[in-house]
Design a protein around this ligand. Structure first.
Ligand code: ADP
Length: 335
């Protein structure tokens, strides 16, 4: 478990002091994928760097698996760091070394024998899907492949925690998705905790179990990804959620519908599995017209909205609305 308690980080600069992280409390459970999202300058990098002791808090404490990282020094800090792997936006690979040598590097530092190192590096090469590329140099690889090397290297010491610093921000959308799938696979297979920082809500939506939203050094909102998507409270969170839901204004939907009733159905979690539309058509003698919708998958189920138009006998339409209201959240659109 990771416990961050009232952590502050103040930088002294020529132009005065900068409060990068300003009183953050956070608890991250073993085995979860925890995302921290915020715009540039929110304090995400500073926060994640305090998790592995790359930055020391000005105040407060950081405890990773029972060890106080914020107070650790010398050998105990080095050992603590070995239980955490980190991957970076620009991969930070050693360009003059081959892929296999890059993966072996942390093992070399940890004093592991050559034979063991090569065995472990080859296993990791397979785990990240780079079989046969061990003798290549980083410059011969695509961005996604370079990040796979970064991931393999980060896993070399069998860490309990993987820290991801904007790990997909330099990749195209398709490659991003393949790296995110790999992270989910690793989390599943190895049960390791993943903490990631990002400015992309797509990343949170696709792989995180829980999310914290940072703004001006503070956590302004935190919760299960699905809950935050369903009920974003803060303005900054609403903006992030909008990025992935891209809902058209409902006015557009209503403009072309003169008859019957238009419903906005909100699906959260398991409810998208229920064949609501089929049930409406089978049970009620009405027309059901799908107007617009978007459903996205998260790690804990689907969420999204669907606009439908119900036409027919007004009494039966009302019955159908009542039926739908029992299944999902329904809003009858006013015209
Ligand atoms: P993010 O990762 O969300 O973009 P950062 O943690 O990088 O945010 O930065 C938060 C704030 O702290 C910014 O105003 C940044 O300029 C400042 N900052 C970060 N690192 C330093 C540093 N080493 N010295 C001075 N200011 C810094």
């Amino acid at each position: 478990m990771i416990t961050i308690s009232d952590v502050k980080k103040i930088f002294q600069t020529k132009n005065g002091t900068v409060s990068a992280v300003d009183g953050v409390d956070m608890t991250i459970k073993d085995g979860e994928i925890f995302g921290v999202i915020g715009y540039s300058g929110a304090g995400k990098s500073t926060l994640i760097r305090m998790l592995n002791g790359l930055e020391v808090p000005t105040d407060g404490s950081v405890d990773v698996n029972g060890q106080l990282i914020s107070q650790a020094k010398g050998r105990s800090l080095r050992e603590a760091r070995q239980s955490m792997g980190m991957i970076f936006q620009h991969f930070n690979l050693l360009w003059s070394r081959t892929v296999l040598e890059n993966i072996q590097f942390p093992l070399e530092i940890a004093g592991v024998s050559k034979k063991e190192r090569i065995k472990k590096a080859n296993e990791l090469l397979n785990l990240v899907g780079l079989e046969g590329r061990g003798d290549s140099y980083p410059s011969q690889l695509s961005g996604g492949q370079k990040q796979r090397v970064g991931i393999a290297r980060a896993l070399a010491n069998d860490p309990k925690v993987l820290l991801c610093d904007e790990a997909t921000s330099a990749l195209d959308p398709q490659t991003t998705d393949s790296i995110l799938d790999l992270l989910v696979d690793i989390n599943d297979r190895l049960g390791l905790t993943i903490v990631l920082i990002t400015h992309e809500m797509h990343v949170i939506r696709k792989i995180c179990h829980r999310v914290a939203v940072m703004d001006s050094g503070k956590v302004v909102e935190e919760g299960d990804v699905l809950d935050v998507f369903r009920n974003p409270r803060e303005e900054v969170t609403k903006r992030f959620v909008k990025e992935v839901s891209q809902q058209q204004e409902s006015d557009d939907v209503l403009e072309h519908c003169q008859d019957g009733k238009v419903l906005k159905l909100t699906f959260v979690g398991e409810s998208t599995d229920q064949p609501l539309i089929t049930a409406l058509i089978r049970r009620f003698d009405i027309e059901v017209n799908i107007l617009q919708g978007q459903i996205s998958q998260t790690q804990k189920g689907a969420f999204g909205t669907l606009f439908i138009q119900l036409t027919g006998d007004p009494l039966i339409v009302d019955q159908a609305v009542a039926f739908a209201e029992n299944q999902v959240k329904v809003e009858v659109m006013e015209r």
